[in-house]
Design a protein around this ligand. Structure first.
Ligand code: TXA
Ligand code: MG
Length: 339
């Protein structure tokens, strides 16, 4: 099993930074905490180290990696052009859960960007990954630290359970504060558009840029057939069948479960508003009803249901409010039937 390093005292934190930076300099990917989800990090400028990430995750090589930086100068060094909109968005949301897709610098290897002409850049706010980037002095490519198509990990234990021996070293930086992956935004001089929704939502981006997102009516910043491979309809799914429903009381929930052919003995319910009685399903979990707290808890609850052997997870449908758009996106992808 992988070695897990703790970071809850200053001495442990410092020791873990040195160990992680040393392994990464040797070309070994290390699982690190970020504020969104845990990432599997390697030197973004070293194709051999980056190749090891793809192998460990069993990730298709056409899916580009996000490059994590510590500071604006490092971000600008990774990009060929730094559009003024990128500067505005970075000024408002970095360090934080926002990835900016911009033209890539020639120093970034093909493997990191999956051969594309753009690079996704993020300055994460978690102090541990910032300290490791600073110790290394180079940017870190880091996808979520899970096998391809599984749910992203929000604790060190999730990483150990899903990647197992495919990772040698995991740094435990606590449960992730944001809980779902960053918002990915493509930016150019012509405009911006969301490639992957997240907790920084469209209205917030529009406030900062002072312009609406590019849609069919205005040309997209780059003309690529597949804007972002991570936009495949099905992604991030738990093993249990995930079903979204609304119910008003116990009777309507029980009726809906019957109609879906669900056995209450193997079904878990995740509710934030209409909390059913304990006897209606094998586990009833109450998850907070504000979007930030919900996002923080969501993947952990899906992981827990999988660990406990649930066959189905019944989710109370989330509100139709912009602040929930990242959450709705992840639920939609996880509930889309496999092609
Ligand atoms: O919060 C996050 O973004 C986490 C943490 C570890 O930073 N990382 C993450 O990475 O979610 P990953 O590899 O699981 O998802 C990256 C997404 C994918 O959908 C990928 O296709 C997209 O970002 N992406 C990365 N670079 C891109 C690029 N140059 N153009 C378009 N999409 C890109
Ligand atoms: Mg991922």
């Amino acid at each position: 099993m992988p070695e897990i390093l703790r970071t809850h005292t200053p001495a442990l934190f410092e020791a873990a930074v040195l160990r992680a930076a040393e392994a990464i300099r040797r070309g070994t990917p290390v699982a690190l905490p970020t504020e969104t989800v845990y990432g599997l990090a390697a030197n973004a400028l070293d194709p051999e180290a980056v190749r090891r990430i793809y192998v460990a995750k069993n990730r298709p090589s056409e899916n580009p990696l996000i490059v994590h930086v510590a500071g604006l100068p490092m971000a600008q060094a990774c990009s060929r052009e730094w559009p003024s909109l990128a500067g505005r968005l970075a000024g408002a949301f970095w360090p934080g859960p926002l990835t900016l897709v911009v033209p890539r610098a020639s120093e970034i290897p093909d493997l990191t960007t999956a051969g594309g002409d753009t690079v996704g850049l993020r300055w994460p706010s978690h102090p541990f990954i910032q300290a490791v980037i600073n110790a290394c002095g180079f940017p870190l490519a880091a996808p979520s630290a899970n096998p391809a198509n599984a749910i992203s990990p929000t604790t060190a234990r999730h990483v150990a359970e899903s990647l197992g021996d495919r990772v040698a070293l995991i740094v435990d930086g606590g449960a992730c504060q944001v809980g779902i992956e960053s918002t990915v935004v493509e930016v150019s001089d012509r405009g911006w558009r969301i490639l992957r929704p997240g907790m920084i939502h469209e209205e917030a981006l529009q406030d900062v840029t002072g312009q609406a997102a590019c849609r069919e009516t205005c040309p997209p910043p780059a003309n690529r057939p597949v804007a972002s491979p991570g936009l495949q309809p099905r992604h991030y799914a738990p093993r249990a069948r995930l079903i979204t429903l609304r119910w008003s009381d116990d009777a309507s929930l029980v009726g809906a479960m019957e109609a879906q052919g669900l056995d209450p003995a193997t079904t878990h319910v995740l509710a934030y508003h209409s909390v059913p009685s304990p006897h209606t399903a094998s586990r009833i979990c109450v998850i907070p009803d504000d979007p930030e707290a919900y996002a923080r808890a969501m993947y952990a609850e899906w992981h827990r249901s999988d660990t406990l052997g649930a066959r189905a997870i019944l989710l109370e449908a989330p509100p139709d409010h912009p602040a929930w758009s990242g959450i709705r996106d992840r639920i939609r992808r996880a509930t889309t039937p496999a092609a």
